[in-house]
Design a protein around this ligand. Structure first.
Ligand code: GUN
Length: 174
């Protein structure tokens, strides 16, 4: 998909296509649409980053809370977004044995208890072992450091989602 085609999208089309680039946060695509025309994908990404960085600490934490747990209830009940399901599957979260599921549940609960938001890591860039290791390690951080680390992971996830939409066949819908 050429950037000129992205720039030609109506507001509704733009939000339909990019609304889940940041998990369950279509307000971000709704906001950045006004910055058209975009120069390229890097430009779109810069506007997403600018929006996220402009949020207060509680706004950033709200954004983090829009994410489902890795190997959590939404995965078990089939209610993940398509993007999250694909990412979790790629990271091996859909192929855990029962002991691994229990371990993920215990670590996710401990993490949410400590920080008040779910553990987020760019699942496409990490395998099962990395995820368990990083989840255990990051539990030792303080809340402010963890909030910033999690926001950096959200930016990596959204960058990969954005590139996937523009460079793959998803655009044929429009
Ligand atoms: N990493 C990539 N996608 C996701 C997601 O949907 N949730 C969490 N917690 N981490 C992710």
């Amino acid at each position: 998909m050429e950037i000129s085609a992205v720039n030609a999208l109506t507001y509704e089309e733009f939000v339909e296509l990019f609304g889940n680039v940041v998990e369950k946060s279509p307000i971000i695509s709704a906001a950045i649409w006004s910055h058209r025309p975009f120069k390229d994908l890097t430009d779109i990404e810069a506007h997403i980053t600018e929006f996220i960085h402009s949020l207060s600490d509680s706004g950033k934490e709200g954004l983090l809370r829009c994410h489902p747990d890795l190997a959590g209830r939404d995965l078990q009940s089939g209610t993940l977004t398509r993007e999250s399901r694909e990412e979790q599957s790629q990271a091996g979260m859909t192929a855990l044995d029962s002991a691994e599921i229990l371990l993920m549940h215990r670590l996710n609960s401990e993490y949410k208890e400590r920080f008040g938001f779910p553990f987020i890591i760019c699942a496409r860039l990490n395998n099962k072992a990395d995820i368990v290791r990083r989840l255990s390690e990051r539990l030792k951080n303080d809340r402010a450091a963890e909030r910033e680390l999690a926001i950096e992971e959200v930016k990596k996830i959204s960058s990969l989602r954005l590139h996937n939409i523009v460079l793959s066949g998803i655009q044929t819908k429009l």
